[in-house]
Ligand binder design. Sequence first.
Ligand SMILES: [Zn+2]
Ligand SMILES: [Zn+2]
Length: 1211
Amino acid sequence: MSGPGKLAPKLCDDFLNFDPNKTLPTARLLVDHSPPVGEGQYLSYKIGSCRHEYTTKHTQSILPPLDSRPDATTTYKLSVVCKKCRLHAVVVTDYARSTDPCPNSGNPQHHFRNLPDEGGSSATQIAYAWQCSASQCQAQLQITYRTPRLTDGDRDLLTNTERLKRRFDAVVEHNPSRDGLRQATPMEALSRLRKYIHDSLNPTHNRRAFPADNKRFMETFGVHGKECLPLLQRLGFKYDEADTGFEWSLPNPEVINNRLTVDVNDERELLEDVEFELAALMFRIAIDTGAMNPSASEGWSDAKHDLERTLAAQGYPRYAPLRRVAPPNDLLPYFASLGALPDFADTLIEFAFDRQLDCDPERQSYYFECLQEIAKNRASEQLQTRVAMLHSQDMVSRRDVSAAFRHLDIPLRLPHEKPITDEYILDCFQARQANSSAAVAEGNRDALYKIGISRHSQPLISASKQSVETYEEALAWLGQSANKDMPDDMLLAIAATKQESASDKEIARKAISTIARERKSEPLNNWLLTGSSSGFEMTVEEAMQHITGTATTNLSAIDATILGIQIDSARSDRPGEHTEKAIRTIQKAMAHSPATWPVGLVSHGNTCYLNSLLQYYFGMKAYRDIILNYDQYKLDLHDATVKEHRVGGTQISTTEIKSGQRFARDLRELFQRMIKTRDSSVMPSKDLVCRAFLAPERYSELASDAIDDDVMPNGAEEHADTKISDVTAPIAETPDPDSASKEERRASVASSATLQADDDAPMLDHGDRPPTPPASPTLKALPGKESSHSAPPLPPRRRATLQEMEKAEDKALKEAEEEAKKQQDVTEVHDSATQRLRAGMKALGVDDKTEEQVDALRVLYTVAVTDAVLRTDGTREKPSVSMHPGIQLNVPMEDTDIYSALDEVFDLQPSEREQGQEAFKSIRTLPPIVQVCIPRIAYENGQTSKFTKTVKLEDELYLDRYLENSDIFASREACWTLRRRLRNMRRERRVLRDADVAPDLDVPGVMSEAAAHLESLSGIDAEVVDIGLGSGLEIGPDLASDMKSAAERHSQRVVVLTKEIDSLHSELKSKCETAYRNLKTSKYRLAAVFFHRGGHGGGHYWLDIHDFTNNIWRRYNDETVQELPDNRIHEILEAKTYDHGTPTYVVYVEDSQKEELVQPVCRDPEPAPEPVQWENESARPAPFNTVDPKMITEGGRASWDSPRSVAETAW
Ligand SMILES: [Zn+2]
Ligand SMILES: [Zn+2]
């Protein structure tokens, strides 16, 4: 139980002023408490209330004896009645629970708290209950009100002179001869009844009956008293026929032994009450009429003293000055709130305050305000001392709290009843604190402190005291919604903003230190040590939060493709060290052991398929080997400067040969880095990017090209014995693990080498080739070959500066990226790259027909395709043969599968060579690697569009059915007709159904929408004509309905077509299965798939490779290489959604060689550099801070001081 109470004197005062008949159920002066000042209406007695004049009904009361203290057996009872309103009240105090009743040493007064559940009311009674809050007392108090016994009708009956006159007339009429009759006055009527009652209450009164025709009786109550019979009988009078005639007898109420347990309907107490009420009415009549009151001498003693005694409230210490000056009205509510009276002495005021605080701590700040106000008004030293002491004990008054809220600009109430939380207050405080001067900041903290105290909120108090001793305090102090889930780096970011203010700097460090201790956080400790967050290692969780917005450490569940996009957008949206760190952290976490996992390639930007293609070349062992051992395959320009054979159908120039070889060297350099790096990814050189996309004529612009390409004449012999195992042999160009800075290093090496060469190195004569330095760093590593470079020196060339070269290189890179954007798909980039590589290679032979160079690369992937014209008479011509780098499918216009798509290529179709004839293609020879291009860009309806239809791939692909083989020709032929029909129907359905104008609608849908629109237009049309604005749009009257019916026709046709297509498709399928069931010799396995997502000329690219040896698929997504789990293989085999991307190039390998052909893991990471061990201290290089004194004198102090001090801290 909690809540405020009232000291006994206050309750007495309220009792005397309380009129239960004139009060609202919610504002009962006696029972309720006024709301705090300013928060509602002050409770006072209601206008119209009776200013009671209670007198004690002594016979009904058990009053405390003057000289005894109550104990557990004690109950006191005070019964009173009001002279004015005749209200009866019973006040009972029960000490049954008391061990030491008030007043005692600690409790000078009872402090009564209302017990709302223990009252009750009926038609004539209402009761309230209280209990003293002192634990040793717990006195129970009950006050019961009872309505008057005499009704208004009774009163009228007895005092209405008209009625008294009628009764008199009736008595005279009854016995006209009777002498001395006169009309009774109201006073006489009351007095006579009161006398009868008084007599009847006296047990010793003997004469208890009188004749019914008593003269005075009849004057008052009528003939034989019959007119007042109901009242008299209600009071217990009896009317009987006796020997002497009719008579009335008085009530004879029993004597009551126990006044505490007396029944509410007890006859004696009824009569006692009526006796008091009659006396009260007589006082009233005396006042109203001036009539003599025969009972005036009995008086009407005031019950107040008895009341005070019953509540033990008598004689409390009073505030002396009050006799001279009344307290101001606006102070009264504060007394009332303390349950006190304005005349309480300071001691009792303090006691009242203490009791209220004890019983209603929630309103502590308000009670303190009450005390403050009273102390101020009284200028009392005692109370003011108390107030000051409480201040020092961290008590704040409500007024101070309101001021604090105002100070911090926090509203006392939020709209929509939204609660004001600690967090809200803290945020307001932090926001203010951020822009405050030191003095204001101090004021803010004081305000926050007061609010914290009033709310009993430790976080607010701690924040105001700048205490950061606990985890919670530290977070609260940081503010800005810092919480336990916030990652370290965000906390550091907040701490950094705090650091800007000198006063907060130290506390910020303390706060971080507290948090670091709690979290055992390395990054936070690091920050404390180094003062910067740049040195700390981000956790994977934090990094993921930063990049993806989701804090997770379960990286295996993450789609590398999506992560790649998120990384891209993080780089563009939030560029900076933090983002880069997060990316590195994630990549590190995703990286596998360097020895067993392929390395990723950092993207250079918009170079489209290049990274995927480089990964493809690397992952296909056959390709990789050729590049790593390219010197074995390259054409020796000493032997032949001109190519005899064609490459890719064209004649090759010397420049192209050289640039091809240069490209191969860059590729080899990259591959070597991919093998040897300890990192999870490397970045291809800018030059490589340029060489992949720029025309060979422009290679000379590249910085690295300045080093040389002169080694080529001899290079072949020099490196003839280089095997894959040798590629890690030390060469000057050994890749720096830090691939990003590699290029700068390289460029700088290149230029210095060039400059040096110009001065003192012998030069080779290379005719038209640009002058070059004597020996590439590559060759320096291989001793004994220098002599072959002897040649007359060239005239000195212009010295190109490093800046110029870098500028030219950046320009070239930009242009390369521009070129890259023009590439339609991976095929073009792939073709151009293999073309370059092959241009630099020596021919192993020549293709008779095409004069095409036969080389080691070409044999890996070249498909020989025959094309035979099938004449209308059924005869076949001798087929022509052509060589292709793979099989190119048609742009899939509908969802399809790899066999259907291949069928389209090899089916009978209009001949490309002979007008009007039909022809079909077959495969004559299959290479180990079958590259299938799925073009996605088609020119349709006047524009270039990308088609992302699904092409379902087969993991195992049998190509026998397309082979040039007379045994299966009949089967193929049988399918052609069916397929042609199927194709035609699909084409028709496509035209009827697929509308490009509205993505949600098919063609019939578009047409009916249009028809509806036309109809609405014709309505508008009529209106337009109506208001005279013109002649309208002139829409044909039938157009809309024509369109409508056409839409319906199309719609029906599509349904029919779909049905036919489905049945035809299954017929074909079963036919094929039967025909090709046994044709499973040329088995190929899906090895690699290139994906694209996004629009034409942009988007995102990645590559999936099947590692047959380890039997896993990996996704190569720029710098990330991740396993694609089994449950996601369907994303490769049947890419359907935008997220899956669109396969644009798929690679199958011959089944029996698959593990030899595809070997994506090729790693030989260099060991980590050993820390240098100095044999003795003197061998250690001189530390930075031993500054050469000569330097100081020469350079001047100012310029040397700063580096020296930096060096000192570093050591
Ligand atoms: Zn009254
Ligand atoms: Zn008490």
